[in-house]
Write a protein that binds this ligand. Structure first.
Ligand code: NAD
Length: 454
């Protein structure tokens, strides 16, 4: 039996035993076997994650798939630069289904999906059906039905699935998780987060692969990287299009799906001005794209209610000039933290009505993961958190442990988008939030961020 079949054999045996918690049997092989991982989508994000994979000794990047030869070439160059063997490649023929051949090659323990949003659900479903563990970039799907499909495929196949939500691993975010669990803020009452990031120079460029950010006002077929696909979502859709960076940490703080759940949701959207104004400013009023109309409100505000009585407010704000901020606020009966002013106030410990500088508190409550791996995370994307999210996926897979950000987290956070679109389309109606745990939230226990493993 060759190595690939061996892996498959372990997986199938594991599936029979472990039901919905199947973990890759291949890794049960003795001798510290390395994970053989593939990647679908080696674009700007894929390359950042690829660097993290290539830096590791416990991972062999065995296969890459992308339908853009420029991006595939850059990924191969990265492997060369870091002195790693060239992975097998798929997609040179520009066949959008090429990833299926990669999954069928039966040589992979897991796959990282870093493609445009509309591909995440079908690719994750195909990978899980092929018994290839999935690390999926945010989001999990587009429609509500996508989310049920991804969930039910994970449950029926037992193939591990993790949403690669990196902000959950941010240094201050993890320190605050420890503070929440230590009761520093008392009982949680209200939280805020969001995605507040001026993406105008991401949504538009000249199409020149040498300059992916800004330098033009093209999008769609004439754009490059995210301008090629992401901008179209702003044309067609109006809602909280990118919820997980904000909701991920807030959901972990409030134990969503693990003793708590979202019950109701609504969204409000402003008018859409920013993208049109940017096109006119950068490309002139006569540029053909000045006629494009955008559905996405410049600021979309979403409110969620939870079973345990908290409210969570999310803001999506990507089309106007503004400095980056995720706008976190965690507020309880004893005090609050806000990331924008790096401030914290804890009654009885802070001076009345005054903010303390957060840094001293962060040092005091430094998360064990950061205490252990800060040096290794140095230089990794997004201030180090990209090291941690890849580390978590790899270590959980090797340990055959449940994924720290699991399928229920993934679909619950990501389904905020279609629900938010529905709320706006129905005149800002408040909707029931589906229970993706089918009642399991009552007994499921929190697993994220308890120690220094993942
Ligand atoms: N977590 C984060 O901090 C973070 C940051 C940036 C992007 N992202 C996410 O990562 C994903 C990718 O974003 P990006 O910035 O790399 O975009 P990108 O456009 O630079 O890369 C996407 C790649 O997918 C490839 N692709 C498209 N369809 C394909 C198919 N059918 N088969 C194979 N390859 C295909 C494209 O050719 C492209 O190279 C998105 O979901 C995005 O939201 C996450």
């Amino acid at each position: 039996m060759n190595q690939a079949n061996n892996r498959r054999g372990f997986l199938q045996a594991g599936a029979a035993l472990a039901g919905s918690l199947l973990l890759p049997g291949a890794l049960a092989a003795p001798g510290g076997q390395r994970l053989r991982l593939g990647m679908i989508g080696t674009g700007m994000r894929g390359q950042v994650l690829l660097r993290e994979l290539l830096r590791r000794d416990d991972v062999e990047v065995a296969a890459l798939c992308d339908i853009d030869p420029v991006m595939l070439g850059r990924a191969l160059a990265l492997a060369d630069k870091l002195g790693k063997p060239r992975p097998r490649t798929f997609g040179e023929d520009r066949d959008p289904q090429a990833y299926k051949r990669m999954l069928d090659s039966r040589a992979l323990d897991g796959v990282i999906i870093a493609t445009p949003w509309e591909w995440h659900a079908p690719m994750a479903v195909a990978a899980m059906q092929a018994k290839v563990a999935v690390g999926c970039e945010v989001v999990a799907g587009i429609t509500l039905q996508d989310h049920w499909d991804v969930l039910d495929t994970q449950l029926s196949t037992g193939t591990p699935y993790m949403l690669l939500e990196n902000v959950c691993y941010r240094r201050d975010v993890l320190a605050v998780l420890r503070m929440v669990r230590a009761g520093v803020f008392g009982e949680l009452v209200h939280l805020q987060g969001g995605y507040q990031h001026d993406l105008r120079a991401v949504k538009f460029n000249s199409g020149d692969p040498a300059r992916p950010y800004g330098g033009g006002v093209e999008f769609g077929a004439k754009g490059f990287s995210e301008a090629r696909w992401r901008t179209d979502h702003s044309v067609r859709r109006n809602g909280e299009l990118y919820p997980s960076h904000g909701i991920g940490p807030c959901a972990m703080y409030t134990n969503i799906n693990r003793g708590n759940r979202f019950t109701r949701i609504n969204s409000f959207a402003t008018k859409a001005r920013g993208l049109h104004d940017y096109i006119v400013k950068e490309g002139g009023a006569n540029h053909p794209n000045a006629k494009a109309s955008f559905s996405l409100g410049d600021v979309v505000t979403t409110t969620l209610a939870t079973e345990n009585g908290e409210t969570i407010l999310l803001q999506h704000d990507t089309s106007l000039p503004r400095p980056y901020s995720l706008g976190f606020r965690v507020q309880g009966t004893k005090g609050l933290w806000m990331d924008l002013n790096h401030g914290i106030h804890v009654e009885g410990q802070s001076k009345p009505h005054q903010w303390d500088e957060f840094k001293a508190w962060q040092d005091r409550y430094e998360h064990p993961l950061w205490r252990k791996f800060a040096a290794q995370a140095e230089g990794a994307g997004h201030g180090g958190m990209d090291f941690f999210v890849i580390h978590a996926f790899v270590e959980a897979l090797k340990a055959r442990a449940p994924m720290p950000i699991d399928i229920h987290d993934a679909v619950t956070w990501s389904a905020i988008t279609p629900l938010s679109e529905q709320s706006i389309a129905q005149g800002y109606q408040t909707l029931d939030f589906p229970d993706f745990t089918r009642g399991g939230w009552r007994t499921r226990k929190p697993i994220f961020g308890f120690d220094d493993r993942y």
